[in-house]
Design a protein around this ligand. Sequence first.
Ligand SMILES: Nc1ncnc2c1ncn2[C@@H]1O[C@H](COP(=O)(O)OP(=O)(O)O)[C@@H](O)[C@H]1O
Ligand SMILES: [Mg+2]
Length: 192
Amino acid sequence: MNLRNTCRERRNQLSPEQQFHHARQASHLLLRSNWLQRPKRIAVYFSQDGELNTDSLIDALWQRNHQVFLPVLKTLRGRHMAFAEYTPESVLAPNRFGILEPQIQNQYHLTGQQLDLVLMPLTCFDLQGHRTGMGGGFYDRTFQFKRWQTHRHNRPKLIGWAHECQKVEHIQPEPWDIPLEGLVTEKNLYTF
Ligand SMILES: Nc1ncnc2c1ncn2[C@@H]1O[C@H](COP(=O)(O)OP(=O)(O)O)[C@@H](O)[C@H]1O
Ligand SMILES: [Mg+2]
């Protein structure tokens, strides 16, 4: 079995109680971090397939006056994402993968460059900040611009959101992979 499927299997074996506990612990760590001490524009995602849950985090972000965004697929064939604000009033509808997106007009979508922080879904990570996704390369494509960024203009911060059991010894990065700058689990807040 490849690394991607090994990690997916591990996170799917967590009990509902573990899932709940991990999400609460990780939210605490992220909310206390330096990244979120002022109101920010934050992209999150709806968790599936055993991914570390984001529901309680999203509520806490709203309470603290952060703006929350969800990825939206711009076009049928385009393979990168834009971001739509998500509020308690948002109307949601499934995209072509069945993932819910806020229904707002294109003109209100943000690009990746306009966000402060992005919580990145992943299947596996290592302690060098390498990340393996689900295999679509959507986040790599969307944040390709980070490759040419100078340190002074370092936005958005790309932060992994995962269970500790998704950590692996080493991921061999591909040339197009965009590394993580930090990562939050139920146990640790890593900076890479
Ligand atoms: N910036 C990019 N330009 C062109 N193709 C890309 C780019 N990023 C990813 N891809 C393509 O997307 C596919 C999936 O990328 P991969 O990194 O394996 O997925 P993931 O990061 O979701 O695990 C790869 O086959 C790669 O060719
Ligand atoms: Mg990749």
